[in-house]
Design a protein around this ligand. Structure first.
Ligand code: SF4
Length: 372
């Protein structure tokens, strides 16, 4: 199939969060954030494990108190995935989180207060070799900027960003990434585009407070999709008022749709109509559920009838086309007939067999074609 998916990525310097590179030609990483009480070490560790099980490359954890910074250290020992400590205002918490093994500090230097405190946090990040994420958010713009611009605007977000960037520059700290989030798509896109040519640090993308599972997914897919297609974005988090595992799934689905990453099964399924010869929707839902542990990249087509079935099934790795009988395809060739009542079991078996034959690899990523 002709590949029309060339995206020229914004050229950024590379930083690393734990073992995960961000920026440069690194794959665009997917992040999520815990929703548990950080002091509840057991629940937070459990949630982080389920997020990394779903494929999250990086997990962010709120650290609002010194006690939670201590808990962060305990949590860190029980997980492999890099952890970002999310801190606001209190430099002592940032120092403690760095000491406890944070792989990145999310803190805005301009909000820490006295110069000496800022210096200590930056020095600590340098000593521990960890980056900082500046997180500008339209909902928490500085009061004077709110007054100057009367309302959040892309220019206000970028001006706020430069206040933090200038502080890091002053202390010769370039190991940072930045986000400029708003819940409004147009503003978010304009703000990232405005900053894109002014610095070369990587961007963390997100539409903040995007909404519930469905509305937030749509909003994020449009907002992040537009930026990613323009080559902007090095790591992302989809913010949903839902189970954070859903954020990870949506993040990967956005990247998969743009051919920026391949991770997990790419289901191609028809919406069905009266021509369908088997229950496509139940079959797809059952397979998505049963195969959620799969990280390998594979295309599976589930199509209700011969109108589009053979075409889709032949170009996928595995396909099923509804008919009398339903026809199974593997690697573009017919590979058997399946009764309706054996579809889910047999497809699961065939997909797992096929994956077993694929070369073992942690993740199969289509590298973005060009870095401009
Ligand atoms: Fe309907 Fe067949 Fe098209 Fe599916 S592939 S939507 S069953 S016509």
């Amino acid at each position: 199939m002709t590949d029309l998916s060339t995206i020229t990525r914004r050229k950024t310097r590379q930083i690393t969060v734990g073992k995960v590179p961000i920026g440069g030609d690194a794959p665009i990483s997917v992040q999520s954030m815990t929703t548990t009480d950080t002091c509840d070490v057991e629940s937070t560790t459990k949630q982080i494990l389920s997020l990394s099980g779903a494929g999250a490359d990086i997990v962010r954890v709120s650290v609002p108190t010194i006690e939670s910074a201590i808990a962060f250290g305990k949590i860190k020992k029980g997980v492999d995935v890099p952890l970002v400590a999310d801190i606001h205002f209190d430099y002592r918490i940032a120092l403690e989180a760095a000491k406890q093994g944070a792989d990145c500090l999310r803190i805005n230097p301009g909000n820490i207060g006295k110069e000496d405190r800022i210096k200590q946090v930056i020095q600590s990040a340098k000593d521990h070799g960890i980056p900082i994420r500046i997180g500008v958010n339209a909902g928490s713009l500085e009061k004077d900027l709110q007054k100057k611009y009367t309302e959040p605007t892309p220019e206000a977000l970028v001006e706020s960003a430069f206040r933090h960037i200038d502080i890091l520059d002053k202390y010769d700290f370039q190991n940072y990434k930045i986000s400029l989030k708003a819940s409004e798509i147009f503003m978010t896109i304009a703000a990232y585009k405005l900053l894109a040519n002014q610095i070369d640090q990587p961007f963390h993308l997100g539409i903040t407070e995007a909404g519930g599972l469905q509305s937030g997914t749509v909003k994020s897919a449009i907002g992040l999709g537009v930026l990613l297609m323009a080559g902007i974005g090095d790591t992302l988090r989809v913010s949903l008022a839902a189970d954070p595992v859903e954020e990870v799934k949506v993040g990967f689905n956005i990247l998969k749709s743009l051919h920026l990453r391949k991770k997990g099964i790419n289901f191609i399924a028809c919406p069905t109509c009266s021509r369908k010869q088997f229950d496509v929707i139940t079959t797809v839902n059952a397979l998505e559920e049963r195969l959620s542990d799969i990280n390998e990249s594979i295309d599976v087509a589930i199509i209700g009838c011969v109108v589009n079935g053979p075409g889709e099934a032949k170009t996928a790795d595995i396909g099923i086309t509804g008919g009398k009988p339903n026809l199974l395809y593997v690697n573009g060739k017919t590979a058997g007939k399946l009764e309706d009542n054996e579809l889910v079991d047999e497809l699961e078996k065939t997909i797992r067999n096929q994956i077993g034959q694929l070369e073992k690899s942690d993740e199969k990523i289509i590298p973005v074609i060009k870095v401009g």
